[in-house]
Design a protein around this ligand. Sequence first.
Ligand code: AMP
Ligand code: MG
Length: 355
Amino acid sequence: MVTERIYIDRNNIDKKLLERAGKVIREGGLVAFPTETVYGLGGDALNRDSSAKIYSAKGRPSDNPLIVHICRYEDIHVIASDISDMAVKLAEALWPGPMTMIFNRKSIVPKETTGGLDTVAVRMPGDDVALGFIRAAGNFIAAPSANSSGRPSPTSADRVIEDLGGRIDMVIDAGRSDIGLESTIIDMTSDVPMILRPGFITGETVERICGRVAYDPAVFGSENKGVRPRAPGMRYRHYAPKGELTVISGERDRVRSYIIERTAECRSNNVRTGVMIAEDDDEWVERYKSTSDLVINIGSALDEDKIAANLYEALREFDDREIEEIYSEEFNTKRLGQAIMNRLLKAAGHKVVRL
Ligand code: AMP
Ligand code: MG
């Protein structure tokens, strides 16, 4: 199969092109599309064969459910039931946007889409290209992130093509995704909204709107201690670069001398290393360069939005350069630190050196 790439200008959206993309979905095909979080791999959410195709294109385990993307609030009632007042408030405040809510599933949604579950994940993305595409496709798009299973999520059409080129019908290219981390997933099936996956929308925001919030213990990485995450996707190795990633945690100077020592040792053994940091100036980039093959500064320590936006792209750049061992500093920033560290630790398979 040849994957067709179409370009959409966000400032002047070509409806005819989106109509063509929508037709591919209505005929049972797969289209990768931009959202404000990451690129998604879309199929018709109400067609079991389309969902099956998504799993096969990604190599994704079929018990890892997809998110159903909608473009109008009222469509929630077509696919989900028992919508609480809190859910209505969250939707009013945060949709369209990077928030996914879990509800009881209506039977119109095939179990192939929900990974066999009786619940369904719903999101209205905050991206006009995505919204126009969903509308053109018939209002219900099932989509996980548009990467091959296990790899870092794509934040550009180039990265989608790298993983899925030849396996899907079309990619809509509208440039880089702004946020760079997948949506916050909130389970709304019990009395207290429960965060299953952290993201750009924080627990504090949910608490402010609903008065209450709970966290799945797996959010804090407890799956290592035998806690089974409630979002099936959080069970799998994820976001991982090909090189071996280790997070170095502790007091800044000690972290830095440890990384210098390790990378120097690797170099003397002909092992290619990479280092990931977030710094305002490039002084440490230069210092790390003396021992390491690729140093990526993903943003300023004070600009967490930038760190989030660049994280997955950086992990893929290490692969482009065939880096064998990657050392990352920690990014425990104020607002997005939980979401950023959740992804980074998963990418590292929870390999952390604590100094
Ligand atoms: P992705 O967009 O690739 O991260 O995949 C969608 C994510 O949503 C996965 O982590 C799923 O486990 C999660 N998800 C989708 N549906 C449900 C559901 N019904 N209950 C819990 N998690 C879900
Ligand atoms: Mg994913």
